[in-house]
Design a protein around this ligand. Structure first.
Ligand code: CA
Length: 232
């Protein structure tokens, strides 16, 4: 689990980082709204802790831009002195939860656990389905109707990420980190090769689901609405 802390108060940021790392999370810090937003948009985070009063871009603007870019990452806002207007505004703009400073570390960790729990639950399901295509997590197969294809480990991991983030743009950077790991030297080429393998398998399955390339950014799994002429 990787958490991004966007907080300009150095001491609070460091305390949050220590607290999260003691609990086994990986935590990165950005000290202003602008670099925080850039980092959040990489899509590699499972949770974002977001302060409201920040240099360069305030927390509400960061949150709005993140949601406008269709990032569904859970956001926990840190607001000062329980300002009700702040809380309402944060929740209205798509924050998942807020905590009032100063907060109890136990309460913070409980929130972090609650907000990062949603995704693992989804991952534990035996299969993922979208647009008539099913990914079977026990058999490592992708199927559509009565056709099915076996996937390699990397193809499976990639398809799982695409299915979990259906209709959302996944950046190449996020996919490389999630599938090959942070320290890996895998490059865009590796990713393109596996995307092409998956496209061939989807074509073989005659699936309506397509992996669309978003130029210079990444990929998006979408369902084709119109019936395309049969080809075989
Ligand atoms: Ca602040």
């Amino acid at each position: 689990m990787r958490v991004l802390i966007i907080e300009d108060e150095a001491r609070l940021g460091a305390t949050l980082q220590d607290l999260l790392e003691l609990e086994g999370y990986t935590a990165d810090i950005r000290r202003d709204g602008e670099s925080g937003l850039d980092e959040a948009l990489t899509g590699i985070y499972d949770l974002i802790l977001l302060d409201v009063m920040l240099p360069k871009l305030d927390g509400f603007t960061v949150l709005r831009r993140l949601r406008e870019a269709k990032h569904a990452v859970p956001v926990l806002m840190l607001t000062a002195r329980g300002d009700v207007a702040d809380r309402v505004e944060g929740l209205d703009r798509g924050a998942d939860y807020y905590l009032t400073k100063p907060f109890d570390p136990k309460e913070l960790l409980a929130c972090v656990r609650a907000l990062t729990r949603r995704q693992p639950e989804l991952r534990n399901l035996d299969s993922l389905e979208f647009g008539g295509v099913t990914l079977d997590k026990n058999r490592f197969t992708l199927s559509c109707g009565d056709r099915s294809a076996r996937l390699s480990r990397k193809e499976f991991d990639l398809m799982e990420q695409l299915l979990l983030n259906r209709n959302l743009v996944l950046t190449k950077e996020a996919l490389l980190v999630k599938i090959w790991g942070y320290e890996s030297e895998a490059e865009d080429n590796n990713l393109e090769v596996y995307i092409s393998f998956l496209r061939k398998k989807l074509a073989h399955l005659r699936a309506r689901v397509k992996i669309r390339t978003i130029r210079m950014v990444g990929y998006c799994l979408e369902e084709e609405k119109e019936e395309s002429p049969a080809s075989s």
